[in-house]
Design a protein around this ligand. Structure first.
Ligand SMILES: CC(C)(COP(=O)(O)OP(=O)(O)OC[C@H]1O[C@@H](n2cnc3c(N)ncnc32)[C@H](O)[C@@H]1OP(=O)(O)O)[C@@H](O)C(=O)NCCC(=O)NCCS
Length: 203
């Protein structure tokens, strides 16, 4: 496995005050707010969410974009997830989102390029996503290798796209795409003040 150099900070351009870095635990609230704003509060009912429910993203493959102008505000996110694509190991990418105030600066493209390079460096063979072909075609995604695959819920066939990071990685991919990643760690319950003191005392 080749480690990706400089995954923590990669400037998108000298002029733009944005950086891509590995997602941190402290990003969760801002990330979820960004996703709500981009996809709506009912986003959890989408078919692709069934591939992420209760799972952790693939190791080293969750990224945030933050402003570098003193705000350190999170303005972009992408994550990749382990799946079995009809028995073939692959990653599913998504959701990809950029804050509406920061679009058309190339952040989405930089985030995609960074995430795909990181996935390749970690030895993954293929990435699948459900999304707009006119956008994802620029990164090499096509519907060619995904015609025999399906998802655990309704989806539009022409939006199921794949990219082989290793030639032939999606050959023989036939059947249901199913989650195969590690379970997400359970969120620690937040204890009220008195209960927290009691727990600390008991420890
Ligand atoms: C899609 C998204 C991530 C792009 O982010 P971005 O930082 O604006 O992307 P970039 O600046 O790298 O690219 C902008 C280009 O993509 C195009 N583009 C953006 N969304 C597109 C879409 N859904 N279909 C086709 N082209 C699209 C823009 O028209 C622009 O084209 P140009 O380069 O010819 O001017 C952002 O628009 C977003 O978060 N949208 C809402 C969430 C979403 O729909 N995410 C998944 C997309 S399926």
């Amino acid at each position: 496995m080749t480690a990706l150099r400089n995954t923590s900070v990669a400037l998108i351009s000298d002029a733009a005050p944005f950086a891509i870095r590995a997602e941190r635990g402290s990003d969760v609230v801002a990330r979820e707010a960004l996703l709500d704003a981009c996809f709506g509060a009912n986003r959890h009912t989408r078919t692709c969410q069934r591939l992420r429910d209760g799972r952790a993203p693939a190791e080293g493959l969750a990224f945030s974009v933050v402003r570098q102008d003193g705000q350190a505000r999170l303005v972009g996110t992408v994550r990749l997830w382990h799946v079995s694509a009809g028995g073939v190991p692959a990653l599913v990418l998504g959701p990809l989102a950029v804050d509406a105030s920061c679009r058309e600066f190339g952040i989405g493209a930089a985030l995609m390029t960074h995430a795909l390079a990181a996935a390749k460096a970690r030895g993954h063979g293929a990435v699948i996503l459900l999304g707009d072909a006119p956008y994802y075609a620029r990164f090499g995604f096509t519907a060619l290798g995904t015609g025999e695959l399906s998802l655990p819920g309704p989806f539009e066939r022409d939006r199921l796209l794949g990219l082989e990071l290793r030639e032939g990685a999606l050959e023989g991919a036939w059947g249901m795409i199913a989650p195969s990643g590690a379970e997400a760690p359970l969120a620690k319950p937040r204890l009220a003040g008195k209960a927290r003191k009691l727990a600390a005392h008991a420890a």
